[in-house]
Design a protein around this ligand. Sequence first.
Ligand code: CP
Length: 319
Amino acid sequence: MHNPQLNAHGELTHLLSIDGLPRDVLVHILDTASSFLEVSDRDVKKVPLLRGKSVFNLFFENSTRTRTTFEIAAKRLSADVINLDVARSSTAKGETLLDTVDNLVSMHADMFVVRHASSGAPYLIADHLRRTGRDDVHVVNAGDGRHAHPTQGLLDMYTIRHFKKDFSGLKVAIVGDILHSRVARSDIQALGALGAAEVRAVGPRTLLPTDIEQMGARVFYDLREGVRDCDVVIMLRLQNERMNGALLPSAKEYFRSYGLTPEVLALARPDAIVMHPGPMNRGVEIDSEVADGPQAVILSQVTFGIAVRMAVMSILAGN
Ligand code: CP
């Protein structure tokens, strides 16, 4: 089947999802990110790989980490970065997404970084660019609805590889609101492609998608059983903004059953790492003692996110 992210030579032209990306493409991005991590440690943190290119950040949904790290990453690659102020843009006056894109292409955009509440919005833009003969303009999905968050998936893989070296033999638990989580979907796909031994989906029945086992995850409804002997525990936020109706009794009740406390974490391997894509809700899915504890690598994820996003943009631009 045609993969809209790859050109006829199998090269990445857009990053829309982890789904369908060959393992060697993922490894190439992670290896490239390693070299950019060194750039971030230098006094002069810039390389000229995207000099003269214009990167447009189109964030139609809130973001702290993704928007900011994409901006830092693009600037470290020497690109010009334009952050569209969506609330003050003409979309607020009823302009369609594709009309906005056409106008920005007319301003010589080279790359769009898109976050949107609607699953598939970045695909729509990529398809529109292809149909209008603008294959030279690249699209990066920065999170679409509950569908995909590929750069988060990649930075999570970078973090796991950094701390655990090798994916084979790893047991990874993804805990919480998997039903509404684009991060969970991207992580499960990436862990599968990179050969993790076991991926566990842990959460209440109401927050697990029905097709989760087909995605390659083993289901656990009990948190203690789910994290037992795991090497990596990825905690997820309850995405109240995507929930229709009450799927849970209360946040307090949820924390009692699915909150990661030091006692629960003690059931994982002693060298297990704790990850969270952010934003965290302390006291809902994670105890502060764990979030700020020695096993948490949550802030390292953010730092690695810059290098991973530099790698993605640099590869898309043909470097
Ligand atoms: N992980 C993540 O997507 O965080 P933001 O919503 O702050 O970008």
